[in-house]
Structure formats: structure tokens, C-alpha cells
Design a protein around this ligand. Structure first.
Ligand SMILES: O=C(O)CCC(=O)C(=O)O
Ligand SMILES: [Fe+2]
Length: 230
């Protein structure tokens, strides 16, 4: 399903910048039907009001299993394309962990360690809502790349609310990047750490992501994390 994408270019973006765009991953109808699930409130295991936890302002809901077919297909379909990149990152960072070829095998590992709760989620932001810079870590097992898809249409449905990534290199101050997503665009990005080539070999950089303040309207996002939660 995703094997026809230009994975050399995508791996180049992930290696170089810590993120890569998947333009037009979902069409407008798919975006609308996923967004509509949010308010229907069915098919979710929990709802989080971000302000209650100091995560920002806005809310999100984690899907329950079974995931909506489209979400399940993206999670299982992207994983095998990402696992080789994740394995190269592990090797370059001197980590022992290696990721199996299939998402089912990786989930079995998560589940055996007690990480059994599904992590794909829908987020909803209204005026003045935002998402603090964070990392989606849910236990010992971490797949180092995740996906977010913008379901709303910038300028038509909302203004502000930009997807922000920061990268912190050892002994240096953080730098930020904005990913200019349109409706249906996906962004693959590093969950927490990735290797960066330096003159004396690879070193680790720390990534965080968040969303700047929504000025007007409503913004929905789909988040797909590949590890499950404890
Ligand atoms: O709403 C967004 O664009 C970011 C969502 C997020 O934090 C995630 O998908 O992990
Ligand atoms: Fe996140």
C-alpha cells in the first residue's frame, strides 16, 4: 500500500531533518469522516482534557481496538517501510534494539511487556488551544518514528495551529521547524531521539513536537504512534 512511495527521499528527510511529509495521504472525505468520529465519541478507550494535565489546551481521544479500518491500515502498512529506517537509527545510536519486519510482531513485543493499550488518537483544538512540546513515550518499547495527519483545512477551518518540531543537539540551544501541512497531509517524524552525522561520527539529537496556538476555528488531527501504551 505504501511501498510505492519514494522511501529513499522520505528516509533522507527523516535522517536530515527528523521529519518527512506524506502529501495527500488522506482525501477530504476521509478527513471529514475521521474528524466526525471525534464527536460521535464511540470507538474510543479514553478522553484526555489537556489542560488538566498541563499538556496544553484542547482535548484528544485514544481509539480502542479494533481501530477504524483506515487507521489500522495506515499503522500496519507504514510500519514495514519505516522499520528499516528505525533499525538503521538504532544501529547508528549504538542501541541494541532492532525492530521486526511486521507491525504484528512489534505489537506482540509491546503486549508481552504490558504495553497493551492502543495509542492512535484523534485530537481536537478550538480557539486558543495548543499542544505543548512533548514526546509520545508510553513505556519501555518505543518505535522511533510516528505519523500525524492534519484532518482540517488551514485557513478554511482554522487559523494558527501550526505543527511545530524542535530539535535539541548536545550542548546547543533548540531549534524549531514548522511543518506546513494542508488538509490530508501526513508528517512522519522522530518520536524522541535520532542520530545525526557529525565530524566525529554520529551523535544523538532530541526531538519534541507540538502545536502552536489555534487563533480561530477548529483543528482536528489524527495521530498514529506505532508502540502501544502501558
Ligand atoms: O495535533 C497535532 O498536529 C499534533 C498531534 C500529536 O501530538 C501527535 O499526533 O502525537
Ligand atoms: Fe504527540
Amino acid at each position: 500500500m505504501f511501498s510505492t512511495l519514494d522511501w529513499r527521499a522520505l528516509a533522507g528527510g527523516l535522517d536530515g531533518n527528523g521529519w518527512a511529509m506524506l502529501p495527500g495521504l488522506l482525501d477530504a472525505g476521509q478527513c471529514r469522516s475521521l474528524s466526525a468520529l471525534y464527536d460521535s465519541g464511540t470507538g474510543f478507550r479514553s478522553r484526555v482534557v489537556m489542560a488538566r494535565h498541563g499538556f496544553g489546551r484542547g482535548e484528544y481521544r485514544y481509539f480502542s481496538y479494533p481501530l477504524p479500518p483506515l487507521v489500522a491500515a495506515m499503522r500496519a502498512g507504514l510500519y514495514p517501510c519505516l522499520a528499516p529506517i528505525a533499525n538503521e537509527w538504532s544501529a547508528r545510536m549504538g542501541l541494541a534494539v532492532r525492530f521486526p519486519d511486521t507491525h504484528a510482531a512489534f505489537l506482540a513485543r509491546c503486549h508481552a511487556a504490558g504495553q497493551v493499550h492502543p495509542t492512535p488518537l484523534l485530537l481536537r483544538y478550538g480557539p486558543d488551544d495548543y499542544n505543548c512540546l512533548h514526546q509520545d513515550l508510553y513505556g519501555e518499547h518505543v518505535f522511533p518514528i510516528q505519523l500525524a495527519v492534519l484532518l482540517s483545512c488551514p485557513e478554511a477551518d482554522f487559523s494558527g495551529g501550526e505543527f511545530v518540531l524542535t530539535e535539541q543537539r548536545p550542548r546547543m540551544q533548540s531549534r524549531a521547524e514548522i511543518v506546513p501541512l494542508r488538509q490530508g497531509d501526513g508528517v512522519l517524524f522522530a518520536v524522541s531521539q535520532r542520530p545525526m552525522r557529525g565530524v566525529r561520527g554520529d551523535y544523538r539529537v532530541t526531538m519534541r513536537h507540538g502545536v502552536s496556538r489555534v487563533r480561530t476555528g477548529t483543528r482536528h488531527t489524527l495521530g498514529v504512534v506505532f508502540h502501544d501504551a502501558a
